[in-house]
Ligand binder design. Structure first.
Ligand code: NDP
Length: 319
C-alpha cells in the first residue's frame, strides 16, 4: 500500500466543523481541537438534522467552515445493526451524502470522513490491511452499516478524483471511553460488558452471560487516542487511500470480559450464549504505515496484559 506524501494543513484560525460533536468520537475530537487554536463549529441535531439536505446546505452556506470532521452517524452494536438495517443504511447514506456534497459546494478546504473497521470483509486477512476493502462478503449482521460507510469513503475518493477535493477517510478500530453508549440494546461490547458486570455486582448475582461464544477477537482503542490520531491525520495526511487507526493488538471477547470483571470487581462467573451472534470472527486492522504514522504511548494501566483498559473504565461504569 502506498500513500500520498504527507501534506501539512494548518488548523490555526480555521473554522472547523465537528459533525456529531455530542457523540463519543465527536466530543473527543472537540477535546483535542481545544488545543489547536482554531474556531470550533458545532450544531445540535435539533437545529441541524444532517439527513436533511436543505438544512445542511443552508448551514454550510451560512457558517462557511474551512475544515470538517464528519463524526456524525447512526451507530450501534450487533443487536441494533441487525434489527434496524434500513435505518442504518438510510441515515448514514443521507448524512454522508449531504455533508460531503455541501462541503464541496462551499469550498471546504479539508474534510475527514470517519468510517469503521467493519467495512472490511468478514473473512479478511488479519491484521486487516486497507487494501482488503471490497475483496469479500461483509459480516451479515452489520452489512447495511458497512455498505453505507463504504459508500461515504468512496464518495470522498470520488470528489478527490473528479474535483481534487482534499477529502480523506480514516477507519478507526473499536473505540471505548468517555461518552460511550451503555444502552444494552444498542451498545458496543465494552460498555455492554461494563454495565452487565457492574449491575451484576451491585445486585449480588453470581453470573453474567455474554453474547456469542466469547472467541471472536477484537481490537480496542481509547477514544481520546483515536481523536488525537484523527486530528493528526487532518493536519498531515492528504491522499486517496483510507487510513486504518488502531493499536495493532487484538484480544478475545472472553479476555475482555474477564478484564472488565476484574476492573469492576465482579467475582462471579462468565457464561457464554452461543445462540446469540458472534459477529465477525476477527476485527483487527493493520495500523497504517506511512509518513503520517505516529505511535502513542500505550494507555494501559493496572497489572493486566492485553487490551487497553484500566481504572478509567471502572470510573465510567460508576457514573
Ligand atoms: P455516537 O452515536 O456516539 O455519536 C454519533 C453522533 O452523530 C451524535 O452526536 C449524534 O447526534 C450524531 N447524529 C446522528 N444522526 C444525526 C443526524 N441525523 N443529524 C445530526 N447529527 C446526527 O457515535 P460515535 O461517536 O461512536 O461514532 C462516530 C463515528 O465514528 C461514526 O462514523 C462511526 O462509524 C465511527 N466509529 C465509531 C467507532 C466506535 O467504536 N464507536 C469505531 C469506529 C468508527 P445526537 O448527539 O443528537 O444523538
Amino acid at each position: 500500500m502506498s500513500y500520498s506524501k504527507a501534506m501539512p494543513f494548518d488548523l490555526k484560525n480555521k473554522r472547523v466543523f465537528v459533525c456529531g460533536h455530542r457523540g463519543m468520537v465527536g466530543s473527543a475530537i472537540v477535546r483535542q481541537l481545544v488545543h489547536e487554536d482554531c474556531i470550533i463549529l458545532t450544531a445540535d441535531r435539533e437545529r441541524l438534522d444532517l439527513r436533511e439536505q436543505t438544512q445542511v446546505r443552508a448551514w454550510f452556506n451560512a457558517e462557511k467552515p474551512d475544515a470538517v470532521f464528519l463524526a456524525a452517524a447512526k451507530v450501534g452494536g450487533i443487536l441494533a445493526n441487525d434489527s434496524k438495517p434500513a435505518d442504518f443504511l438510510y441515515d448514514n447514506l443521507a448524512i454522508e451524502m449531504n455533508v460531503i456534497e455541501a462541503a464541496f459546494r462551499t469550498g471546504v478546504e479539508k474534510l475527514l470522513y470517519l468510517g469503521s473497521s467493519c467495512i472490511y470483509p468478514k473473512l479478511a486477512p488479519q491484521p486487516i490491511p486497507e487494501n482488503a476493502l471490497l475483496t469479500g462478503s461483509l459480516e451479515p449482521t452489520n452489512e447495511a452499516y458497512a455498505i453505507a460507510k463504504i459508500a461515504g469513503l468512496k464518495l470522498c475518493q470520488a470528489y478527490r478524483r473528479q474535483y481534487f477535493a482534499d477529502f480523506i477517510a480514516a477507519m478507526p478500530t473499536n473505540l471505548y471511553g468517555p461518552g460511550d453508549n451503555y444502552d444494552l440494546t444498542s451498545s458496543h461490547v465494552i460498555p455492554a460488558l461494563l454495565r452487565k458486570s457492574h449491575e451484576a455486582k451491585r445486585a449480588g448475582h453470581s453470573e453474567i452471560t455474554i453474547w456469542g461464544t466469547g472467541t471472536p477477537r477484537r481490537e480496542f482503542l481509547h477514544v481520546d487516542d483515536a481523536a488525537s490520531a484523527l486530528v493528526h491525520l487532518m493536519k498531515v495526511y492528504s491522499g486517496m487511500e483510507h487510513v486504518n487507526v488502531g493499536t495493532g493488538e487484538d484480544v478475545t471477547i472472553m479476555d475482555v470480559a474477564k478484564l472488565i470483571c476484574d476492573v469492576v470487581a465482579f467475582t462471579g462467573t462468565i457464561a457464554t450464549d452461543p445462540s446469540k451472534p458472534d459477529g465477525t470472527p476477527h476485527d483487527h486492522a493493520r495500523p497504517a504505515e506511512g509518513p503520517f504514522r505516529r505511535q502513542h504511548p500505550p494507555r494501559r494501566q493496572g497489572p493486566h496484559p492485553g487490551p487497553v483498559l484500566g481504572p478509567a473504565s471502572a470510573a465510567l461504569c460508576c457514573r
